[in-house]
Unconditional design. Sequence first.
Lengths: 205, 383
Amino acid sequence: MKNKIIVFISVLLISISLYNPEHTNAASGYQGWAVYRDGVQGQSYIWHAGLMYAANSSYTNAVIQNRGTGYVRTDTWSSFINGQNFKGIYRPKATATNVDRDLFVAMGRNLASQYISYTVMQQMAVNGGPNGSLGSYFEPAEITDMRCDGVVEYIYEWEGFRVWGSNSFWDISVNNPNNLQEHMGFAVRPEVQKNYLTLVTTSSP
Amino acid sequence: MSKVLKQTFVSIVTLCVIVSLIFITVDLTSNENSTRAAGSSGSFSPVENTFKKYANKEANQLKSEFRKLKKDELIKELNAISETNDEGLLIPIASALEERKSEFSNGELIKFIKDKENKSLSKNVIVDIYYSKNFEQNSPNKTLSDTDIYNLISDKAIEDEIRAKIIGKGKFQNADLPILKQILETEEGIAAFHSLKQISNISPTEAYELSQELLDNKDNISKEKQAAALKATAKYLKANKKNKIKNYKELQSKFIAQSKEVLAVESDMALKDTAVFSLSDIRSKEAFVEVLNNPNIDTELKIFAVNQNYSLLKEMLGTNISESDMAVVIKAMEILPLKDLETELNSYKGKLINQQFNERLDSVLLNIKTNGHNVNKKWIDGE
């Protein structure tokens, strides 16, 4: 019996030693969380959103965002904050693991590789090409423009983490006119979006 | 004595006058500042005046104010807000413009976009207004060439990012290939990127051939064009895998080598990421293995690739998996343990010839039980 226990423990230890995960939990600091700041020069009601690409703001590329000019990109903290007041770090209401956060950041990097234009009219617009052929879900390559809060919305909802929208049409990545319509217009904006997330901290990352 | 008193009196009066003048001057300056703070043009810049006008007003209130403006005032305010470079402030005015889009003719909108006096931020909004007017949901297949905004895509006097937006949002057809190729050939910015992307939508084969020319000359082209070429090549290879074309293996090998080089030598992160995502997008074993094994790829992107290539892994686990394929699957599961492959993996438990693989498989199955992740099945839809 004693020998069997020794053999069992030995096999267990060998298995554990041979376990060679290249990665366990890569996400660190505030990676994958949404960040917000208010508007310029006394405009405290209208906010801007981004997603933390790096663990904190000290990294050269700290944020994934879409400003009014250019396209979705990784960017510096100073470009994101733009001299304004930081308003907070937020995460999805549902619990996200470190793997989920890795996927958030990875999707953000994917969006940043697509040269997606800016739009102020809605969170996201899509184009299926000449035949309008889009699948059941909008993939990154099918997105034509995004607003800053659209970047956060899509990244979270692609992975199934609900942010803004009704019970039926909250997922912005679903190819359904109602889902896109739900994320259009004026009802949702960055300063509204944050109410559908959970505050992590008001301290700057 | 009286003379002394007189002189003293005059001195005191003079001093009083001087002091009074000083106080009056200070008071006048203070009043002027107060007047500026109340919103008059004063000596503040137009941008500062815009900020002061809209400071501490909530978005709904701003939209309500914009709704009341006359048409030309609305455009003037759009430009004023664009001058601030605060894109957030554009949200309420853009919403008001959208409600009133019928007041603007297509000609007026085109003229606005062409006008060099108007800022890029304003033009961005007007492009959206144009699209909203002309490409409603009931005309989803309307092509860009049916509209007069089409003429702007090759007008280099218009900002690259504005033309890129127009091209990106539009639908094109075979007849548009010459103009898209011309933009691709003569430009280096994001308009060129989106031109190749649209060529790829119309003719993936033609886009592939153009892409190979670009990648063969990559040291002399922009990052944007390289990125577009990588993506168009991946799209072509994905569509033609499973031996739809005779020399597929050679073409794929060449692309993997091209991507590896980008990952090894390129410093631009977005371009490197493009190479990774392009490889993962193909959803082929060879391309996926490159992502798994390449040391120049961050772990979070490998996790992304495992998630995206779930169907490939499931297929590999199908029947009588080879030792080399099992090594790939085990490595993938060590990066991202997918619960959805537990059943297939369990069917090989203890049955692999390589004892080390058996042990690693046991570890993977243990990890799936404790830390397993549900695959995102949205990726399956795109295969």
